[in-house]
Design a protein around this ligand. Structure first.
Ligand code: BGC
Length: 366
């Protein structure tokens, strides 16, 4: 498996750069050329089920960026398995990567990996998720509190349009082990709490979804709805959780009446928006995120000091600053779904299948 993925990245590399750049620590000895002294990069993505992004977007943009730079990259996915995550990291560390980029599955195993890498003199980048107390050299992500604020405001707008009196809002939070989920909740609760406090909305059930497990989210939401039939709005932390809620709402013929939020601008999320079943999603331009992370990794691999991480984030556990790049998220509703297509994140063909063709035309996607 590892070999297969490695070969995939290496094949792409051959297509775009000199053979010399392909030399790894075994073959470049003695050549002394600049290209052959460029180090290898290891990237570990978390899973393929908590969000479509990890399988469809991040790997594609990261591979393209490393190929374009002629830097050898071993990009693997831990498939949601923390042991596997550490095994992959051990393999990358012993294969002599110069930079390790990780999306942790939780801060504990993330930190263990970062500690090992550091001990081996390898530079580290937290990609998308900050590893608490992990001490990575760099952090690349979006403004995740802002993501949550957009979700909260999106739900407020959709519920206001429905003109419900004191609607009950349910919250499906992300994984309690993902620092991003904490930041998203901080953002949306900063918008929703005042609405609960002044009686505009009623606070309904609120639950974390372990590991962002979409299937479990369905079970959790079904229980919420069974015990509270008056739920009128759902703050779901990403499109996968949102779709799980929408599936249950459909079963109860409530879809479209109960606004649901999301995140990631997945094809499914955008189609749910076009169908009127989802209120909004948050588009995070993952190409920019992948480009920002690979820019740092490429500089390090080439022995240069990166200059692009001009921001900083304070790790809430260690209280230490991490040099960071934080990008800006965008709220997407039916009115601007087309922006995601224009930006090239999803194609018209993927989005506008027969079932959604009319909705796509009305949304100005042509
Ligand atoms: C990411 C989201 C993603 C979620 C589940 C978060 O850390 O920022 O984009 O939907 O994890 O994978």
């Amino acid at each position: 498996m590892r070999k297969g993925l490695f070969a995939l990245a290496a094949v792409g590399l051959l297509a775009t750069s000199s053979v010399a750049a392909c030399g790894d620590d075994k073959s470049d000895s003695g050549s002394g050329s600049k290209a052959s002294s460029t180090g290898k990069v290891g990237v570990i993505l978390p899973d393929t089920k908590s969000s479509a992004r990890w399988a469809t977007a991040d790997v594609k943009y990261l591979t393209a960026a490393f190929n374009a730079a002629g830097v050898q990259a071993d990009i693997q996915n831990a498939q949601g398995d923390k042991t596997q995550f550490q095994t992959i990291a051990d393999g990358m560390i012993s294969s002599g990567v110069k930079v390790l980029v990780i999306v942790n599955l939780d801060s504990g195993t993330g930190k263990a990996v970062l500690d090992k890498a550091r001990a081996a003199g390898i530079a580290t980048i937290d990609y998308d998720r900050l590893t608490l107390n992990g001490g990575a050299d760099y952090y690349v992500s979006f403004d995740n509190v802002k993501v949550g604020e957009l979700q909260g405001q999106g739900l407020v707008d959709c519920l206001t349009a429905k003109k419900y009196t004191k609607p009950i809002v349910a919250e499906l939070n992300g994984s309690p082990t993902d620092n991003n989920a904490t930041l998203f909740a901080q953002g949306y609760n900063s918008v929703l709490d005042p609405k609960y406090a002044d009686g505009t909305f009623q606070k309904g059930p609120n639950q974390d979804v372990p590991d962002w497990d979409n299937t479990q989210a369905g079970t959790i939401f079904e229980q919420m709805l069974t015990s509270n039939k008056e739920i009128k709005g759902v703050l779901a932390a990403n499109d996968g959780l949102g779709n799980a809620a929408i599936t249950i709402l459909k079963k109860n013929k409530l879809n479209g009446q109960v606004p649901v939020t999301g995140q990631d601008a997945t094809v499914q999320g955008l189609q749910n928006i076009l169908a009127g079943d989802q209120c909004m999603t948050v588009y995070k331009a993952i190409k920019k995120e992948a480009d920002a992370a690979s820019e740092l990794a490429i500089a390090i691999a080439k022995g240069q000091k990166p200059t692009s991480a001009t921001g900083k984030v304070t790790d809430p556990e260690s209280k230490k600053d991490v040099a960071s790049v934080l990008l800006t998220p965008q709220a997407i509703t039916k009115d601007n779904v087309k922006d995601v297509v224009t930006d090239g994140f999803v194609t018209k063909d993927e989005l506008c299948t027969a079932q959604f063709a009319t909705a796509c035309t009305s949304a100005g996607i042509s």
